[in-house]
Design a protein around this ligand. Structure first.
Ligand SMILES: Nc1ncnc2c1ncn2[C@@H]1O[C@H](COP(=O)(O)OP(=O)(O)OP(=O)(O)O)[C@@H](O)[C@H]1O
Length: 365
């Protein structure tokens, strides 16, 4: 049976340093759940605590409702896959897959049968007699997954398992992993700093920064409805505009910014006087061209600092209200843009495509 994982007020300290600060989560059975965050934010520390390689300083981890405190890694219904796969190069593929079963004393015939089943699952049927060294990077990755699945864990923990692969293979493996997870139906907990991986594979994602879980949601919620400045700036590209809230009307808030009054959705209950950042994604910004009527609000006039030709589109950077540039793309209609670096141009956005959030630290570029 697949298993759910609950984190209740989990805090993990190393001496004075708090690596994970009061994490609360209910990971559902059969869910593909990712922890996404920059290096050092505490993702691996959480994973190691779930697998039993370290214990929370405070709080409780439950798997399938049972408190895991004091239960060692070998006794937990979990299996862990690392970035460096630790396959045995001098053993055959089938022996690698069945290794855990051998340790458990399972007989050869049964081990072989199970290995064949798993080879089917990872689309390497009939290749059990090959040596691991004869496999490609992606095939090795799949063997590592099969080996972890052989011992029938209820929760599979994956620590950046794709990061050693090249870009193309990494992208291919995303859908493979998702397929395998759906076929076996067990809970996958995946950690990554790669938002593309998290967004494409996961049912839900926890975005972490400096030991704190900032937000939990599905990919679309995380991208479209960020709750903090960190999430807004870490997941996808975003343009921040700083200012104080000067007006709140219904579901919208208006800020006074260097470029004038800017209005966006007020999803976090901001009040007049609050320090805020209004975020607009590049795809929500458009140029106000010569013959266009200038919209009544949310117009920004600034200087073009750079243009990058990208084929289908041209990426434009404009001077922002901080040292961070405003960036957006215009589609390439065959003639490039008539705008040049140094020109002043107007851009605009619709009120529903902007979100006003409490001021907070942005993710590093
Ligand atoms: N055993 C330890 N002793 C002291 N500090 C530790 C220990 N393990 C982790 N840390 C610290 O805790 C913080 C979180 O580390 P962790 O490995 O969980 O980060 P991460 O988000 O997985 O990063 P990465 O993506 O680089 O693996 C880091 O600042 C790290 O230096």
């Amino acid at each position: 049976m697949s298993s759910g994982v609950d984190l209740e007020h989990v805090t993990i300290r190393f001496g004075d340093f708090t690596a994970v600060d009061d994490a609360n989560l209910a990971i559902r059975k059969g869910e593909f759940f990712s922890f996404l965050g920059p290096s050092g934010c505490g993702k691996t520390t959480i994973l190691r605590a779930v697998s039993g390689f370290n214990e929370p300083t405070e709080g409780t981890i439950r798997i399938n409702g049972s408190d895991m405190r004091g239960i060692g890694p070998n006794k937990r219904p979990t299996a862990l896959i690392f970035q460096n796969l630790a396959l045995f190069p001098l053993m055959s593929v089938a022996d690698n897959i069945a290794f855990g079963l051998e340790v458990e004393g399972v007989k050869y015939i049964e081990r072989r049968r199970r290995a064949e089943e798993l080879l089917d699952l990872i689309a390497l049927s009939g290749q059990g007699d090959k040596m691991v060294s004869e496999l490609s990077g992606g095939q090795k990755q799949r063997v590592a997954i099969a080996r972890a699945l052989a011992v029938e864990p209820e929760v599979l923990l994956l620590d950046e398992p794709l990061s050693a692969l090249d870009l193309k293979l990494r992208q291919h493996m995303r859908s493979e992993l998702r397929n395998i997870q759906q076929r076996v139906g067990i809970t996958f907990i995946y950690i990554t700093h790669d938002q593309g991986e998290a967004l494409t594979m996961s049912d839900r994602i926890a975005v972490m920064s400096a030991g704190v879980i900032e937000q939990v949601g599905d990919g679309s919620t995380i991208y479209n409805e960020p709750e903090t400045a960190f999430v807004a700036s870490f997941v996808g590209e975003n343009n921040p505009f700083y200012g104080k809230v000067v007006k709140v009307d219904g579901e919208y808030a208006q800020i006074q910014n260097k470029f004038g009054l800017l209005r966006g959705r007020n999803t976090q209950d901001m009040s007049v006087g609050d320090s805020a950042i209004l975020f607009v994604r590049p795809e929500a910004l458009s140029l106000v061209e010569g013959n266009d009527t200038t919209p009544a609000e949310n117009v920004i006039e600034s200087t073009i600092l750079a243009e990058e030709f990208e084929g289908p589109s041209i990426h434009i950077h404009m001077e922002g209200d901080t040292e961070k540039r405003i960036s957006f793309s215009v589609s390439n209609e065959g003639k490039g843009t008539h705008l040049k670096v140094g020109d002043t141009a107007k851009i605009c956005f619709e009120v529903n495509r902007a979100i006003v959030l409490p001021e907070g630290d942005l993710a590093d570029e």
